[in-house]
Design a protein around this ligand. Structure first.
Ligand SMILES: NC(=O)C1=CN([C@@H]2O[C@H](COP(=O)(O)OP(=O)(O)OC[C@H]3O[C@@H](n4cnc5c(N)ncnc54)[C@H](OP(=O)(O)O)[C@@H]3O)[C@@H](O)[C@H]2O)C=CC1
Ligand SMILES: O=C1O[C@H](COP(=O)(O)O)[C@@H](O)[C@H](O)[C@H]1O
Length: 520
């Protein structure tokens, strides 16, 4: 890995402690940070280096997937951290920052490769980029990279303005737009899943696929982020970025050994082929909702309107479902149903691919459930193929069987670990290119306008459920239904199957690595 200075704006903030320090630590433990790396943290708080290092340590105990066990290793890690008080608007602070960064580079013998990580609100991105340029922090002898957090704009116009502003200082190849869903291990495996499995490759098109469902459901509510979330809603917070990225990653036709350029080019192609929603027709393809009071796992929770910091009468969406279609040779005619919401029954990010029924169906076969390929992204990372078996008691009935492909070989890295490691190596494959971001905003823009104009009804839904019943109409009009609650169905089925099958006949192969099978 290239030796570099990691310059972190927003080092005293929530994201830094929850995600960035644990990611750096795990990279360090795995030997993926170069010797003598340097981290310079920035914020307005009057922290000393020691306070900063103590906060970093605490963050590791609180949030890292691997808790520090070796004091010596921990000390070697935190001694790379320095803090400087910096106000984003003050030019003189950047001159001082430059001195500190250069001094650390001299002390550590580092080439002036600098990664500027902006873990601050997007309203600051342009100002920081300008100051980096004006103060000479961009350096001349090494590389410079800018890592930015979402949200990237509030709508199409603001995203374009922000991109133009950043473009004054950083070239597109130097900008790494984080979408942490692209760092999730299962999302990163989507490309290989098709490429390494000819059987899936052969089925991966409108010839065999009936519909695709992409769901990101959360049990949490707005938490402490009312100020941001009430302006963003589910459409900007999740749909415009994470959900459309999942769609792109799933449907892009990627050649073997794709490079960052090909991956991003093919994703752009998907977005270009996405049928636009016409103004006036949004309500037919999009359902929006807002959670009302209810219970999550038996614990009563407040409705969105009663959450702290939410303005009275807010019509913000906490749930969005949409029906999309892609007009290209592979996907023409396949509806994609995408939904995301807060305060739903379960935390789950999942893609379900429903295969078409056989061409000829008759009699009992007509009741044959479809085959499904279920890709669980979060919290479990599992791929499941749902097949059919005849019921042993009643041969006219079908019983779904599940073939689980699970990679539990080792604890998988967190999304931020993958992404920060990639950015340090200069691999932009799993970062959003401006073209994708712009096309995503362009696709979402009519929805934003329809929401603002009150064209799309806001359906209240009970916390702890599956979201508004109105979303069922999206699938029902094509003759499908949302696949949900399979977990309970599967549990019951497994229990039944185990009770039925004599133990000596049950095939049980417990998996160690991906690709090996587990028959349950
Ligand atoms: N938290 C999360 O889970 C996620 C956050 N994000 C995004 O990441 C970014 C950071 O979020 P988060 O950490 O939660 O925010 P916080 O409010 O917790 O932290 C904000 C950080 O910005 C610094 N800051 C604010 N104003 C200034 C200023 N004028 N000069 C210098 N520093 C300043 C603060 O430092 P100080 O107070 O010391 O001045 C603090 O370190 C946001 O864009 C957010 O949308 C994205 C995905 C998830
Ligand atoms: O970016 C965001 O993502 C989280 C959900 O992320 P996950 O990795 O837990 O699925 C969401 O809660 C948050 O509102 C949003 O800003």
């Amino acid at each position: 890995m290239n030796a570099a200075s990691f310059v972190l704006f927003g080092a005293t903030g929530d994201l830094a402690k929850r995600k960035i320090y644990p990611a750096l630590y795990n990279l360090f433990v795995d030997g993926k940070l170069s010797e003598g790396f340097s981290v310079v943290g920035l914020g307005r708080r009057a922290w000393s280096d020691e306070t900063f290092q103590a906060n970093v340590e605490q963050a590791l105990y609180d949030f890292s997937r691997r808790k520090p066990a070796d004091r010596g290793e921990l000390a070697r890690f935190v001694r790379a951290f320095r803090f400087q008080v910096l106000d984003i608007d003050r030019a003189e602070d950047y001159a001082q920052l430059r001195e500190l960064v250069e001094r650390r580079e001299r002390e550590l013998g580092l080439t002036p490769n600098r990664m500027f990580y902006l873990s601050v609100g997007p309203e600051y991105f342009g100002t920081i980029a300008n100051h980096i340029e004006a103060s000479g922090l961009g350096g001349a002898d090494g590389w410079k990279r800018l890592v930015i957090e979402k949200p990237f704009g509030h709508d199409l116009a603001s995203a374009r303005a922000l991109n133009a502003k950043l473009g004054e200082t950083f070239a597109e190849e130097e900008i790494y737009r984080i979408d942490h869903y692209l760092g999730k291990p299962m999302v990163q495996k989507l490309e290989l899943l098709q490429q390494s499995n000819p059987v899936l490759q052969a089925l991966w098109s409108n010839h065999y696929i009936a519909n695709v469902q992409i769901t990101a459901s959360e049990t949490v509510g707005v938490e402490t982020r009312a100020g941001y979330y009430d302006r963003a809603g589910a459409i900007r917070d999740m749909f415009q970025n994470h959900m459309l990225q999942l769609l792109m990653m799933l449907t892009a036709q990627l050649p073997k050994n794709s490079t960052a350029e090909t991956v991003r080019f093919k994703k752009k192609k998907v977005m270009e082929a996405l049928d636009p929603l016409q103004q006036g027709q949004v309500a037919a393809s999009v359902v929006r909702g807002q959670y009302a009071a209810g219970a999550i796992a038996g614990v009563p929770v407040a409705g969105y309107a009663d959450e702290p910091g939410i303005p009275a009468g807010s019509t913000n969406d906490t749930y969005v479902a949409a029906r999309l279609t892609i007009d290209d040779a592979f996907w023409r005619g396949v509806p994609f149903y995408i939904r995301t919401g807060k305060r739903l029954q379960a935390k789950s990010t999942r893609i379900v691919i429903e295969f078409k029924p056989p061409l000829k169906q008759s009699g009992a076969d007509a009741a044959q459930p479809p085959n499904l390929l279920i890709i669980d992204i979060n919290p479990n990372e599992t791929i499941t193929l749902q097949l059919n078996a005849r019921d042993t008691q009643d041969k006219a009935r079908f019983r779904p069987l599940h073939l689980d492909l699970r990679d539990d070989a080792e604890e998988t890295p967190e999304a931020y670990e993958n992404l920060i490691g990639d950015a340090l190596r200069g691999d932009a494959t799993f970062f959003a290119h401006w073209d994708e971001v712009e096309l995503s905003w362009r696709w979402v823009q009519p929805i934003l306008e329809a929401f603002a104009d009150g064209e799309v009804p806001l359906h209240p839904y009970e916390a702890g459920g599956h979201g508004p019943a109105a979303a069922d109409a999206l699938t029902a009009r094509d003759g499908y239904r949302w696949w949900q609650g399979e977990d309970e169905a599967r549990a019951a089925e497994t229990e039944r199957a185990q009770a039925e099958i004599p133990q000596e006949h049950a095939v049980q192969e417990h998996t160690k690595r991906a690709g090996e099978r587990q028959y349950v």
